[in-house]
Structures are given as C-alpha cells and as structure tokens.
Design a protein around this ligand. Structure first.
Ligand SMILES: CC(C)(COP(=O)(O)OP(=O)(O)OC[C@H]1O[C@@H](n2cnc3c(N)ncnc32)[C@H](O)[C@@H]1OP(=O)(O)O)[C@@H](O)C(=O)NCCC(=O)NCCS
Length: 220
C-alpha cells in the first residue's frame, strides 16, 4: 500500500452538504461592533498562532479549552476531523473570540468549544448563539449536544440557555454528561439570545477579512 492510499483512508472531510454561514454584525455592550463570520480552512494557522499563548493559562480553564480547540482546528486543517465548522468574532479588526461545532449527522450537532479572547463584552455568549444558529437554521439539525469544561461556561450555556440534561448520553468531549439544545427550545429562546444584523456593511466585512493576530488579554 502506498502512502497516498493510506492517506485516502485516513482523510476526513465533509460527508454532508456544506452550508454557508452568512456573516452578521452585533453591537456589544461596550458599544463596539463585532462581525461574526465563518473561517475558511486556510485561515486555521492564524487562529492556531492566537490560541498557542493560552495553552498554559490555567485561569478560567483557558488551558484545557484552548488545547482542545487547538487540536480540533488542527484536525480540521489536516483532514482529521469530520464535518467541523468554525466561526470567529472580530472587533476593530482584531480576533475577539472563536467557536466551533461538528455536525454528527443530519439530525445531530456536537457543540465543541467557545473561547472569548476579549473579556467582559459577552463575546463568548454571542458566538455560542451564532454557532448554534448555524447548526439549527442552516444545517437544520433537531438538536445539539453541549457540555461545559468551566464554571463560566456552565453558567453561560446550561443555566442561561436552560439546556436539558441528558444524563445517559456521554458527550464526545471527555465523556461528560451531555445537555441538549433542541430545535424547539432554540426557537423559543432565539429572540432573547441570538442577535445580529445582516448584511454586514462592506467596509466592516472587509476589516474582518484581514484581522490581526493579537495576544489575548488573559495571556498578557
Ligand atoms: C466561557 C466564555 C466563552 C464566556 O465568554 P463571555 O460570554 O464573553 O464572558 P466573559 O468571559 O467575558 O465573562 C464571564 C464573566 O466573567 C466576568 N469577567 C469579565 N471580564 C473578565 C475578565 N477580564 N476576567 C475575568 N472575568 C471577567 C464577567 O463579568 C462575566 O460575568 P457575568 O456572567 O456576570 O456577565 C469565556 O469566559 C471563556 O472563553 N472562558 C475560557 C474558556 C471556556 O471556559 N470556554 C467555555 C468552555 S465550556
């Protein structure tokens, strides 16, 4: 068997039709504008550069979360993860947060991670809502399995979204108990949780395309 043959066996990519996420713009509580858009595979190395300084920051569990996001994004870049997508938030041309999910099949999405690089502006909360918006409204899954690795995450997702515990389901992140965000519950909460205007003005969208890699606040 040649190396190319083995690679064709190992290679993972999209196995269901890929859907586009239409970029949107949100006004944060600070008054700043955040553009949320989908990242392409070729932009992954720039995200990895941003995440790397977080790998040793234990405060608020940035280390474990960033290590897992790093592996997931690298896995996507190197064709070792199936059906993964990643959205980012850009504020003033700087990366403010990263979220990713994996579509398991046409009924189920696995919520992977959320990292806020800019703190205190609900960047993470808005990005979490955006990645679930993509799963439910564009991929049209029936439910999303969510877990949390940090107390802040638990408060933001399980408590603030009122997610439904599924004690008999192990989430693919470490086998933690899964919580579900169902399609019905998403649409019930949408008006209070999912924000943003479309289309994004041309100039703002352009700024978000060439974002700067910053050293995240928490790593300074
Ligand atoms: C969980 C997370 C994505 C939430 O992001 P967010 O919605 O933008 O919220 P912030 O992190 O800015 O703020 C969370 C809380 O800490 C407080 N906070 C604000 N700025 C802060 C700062 N510089 N340092 C520490 N805490 C801060 C906020 O007041 C907020 O409290 P609130 O819930 O009463 O509003 C983010 O905290 C994060 O990336 N944490 C590390 C990785 C992680 O845990 N990911 C989720 C895994 S389940």
């Amino acid at each position: 068997m040649t190396t190319e043959n083995v690679e064709s066996i190992l290679r993972l990519d999209w196995t269901i039709p890929k859907k586009d996420y239409s970029a949107k713009i949100i006004i944060l509580p600070t008054g700043e504008k955040m553009v949320i858009r989908e990242i392409s595979r070729k932009e992954v190395p720039q995200l990895l550069d941003t995440i790397r300084p977080l790998l040793t920051i234990s405060k608020d569990y940035y280390d474990i979360v960033s290590a897992r996001v790093y592996a997931e994004l690298l896995g996507w870049y190197r064709y070792r993860v199936r059906n993964e997508y990643c959205l980012v938030g850009i504020v003033n041309g700087e990366l403010a947060g990263i979220v990713n999910n994996r579509i398991f099949n046409d009924k189920l999405c696995i919520s992977l991670h959320t990292i806020a690089l800019k703190r205190g502006a609900r960047v993470g909360a808005h990005l979490f809502a955006a990645k679930q918006e993509h799963a439910i409204e564009n991929y049209k899954v029936d439910e999303i399995f969510v877990t949390a690795e940090s107390p802040i995450g638990f408060k933001r997702w399980m408590v603030e979204w009122g997610l439904e515990a599924r004690p008999n389901v192990q989430h693919e992140l470490g086998g933690a108990n899964a919580y579900a965000l169902t399609k019905e519950s998403y649409f019930e909460k949408k008006n209070k949780k999912v924000f943003g205007e479309r289309p994004v003005p041309k100039e703002e969208l352009q700024k978000s395309m060439n974002f700067k890699t910053v050293i995240p606040d928490v790593a300074r």
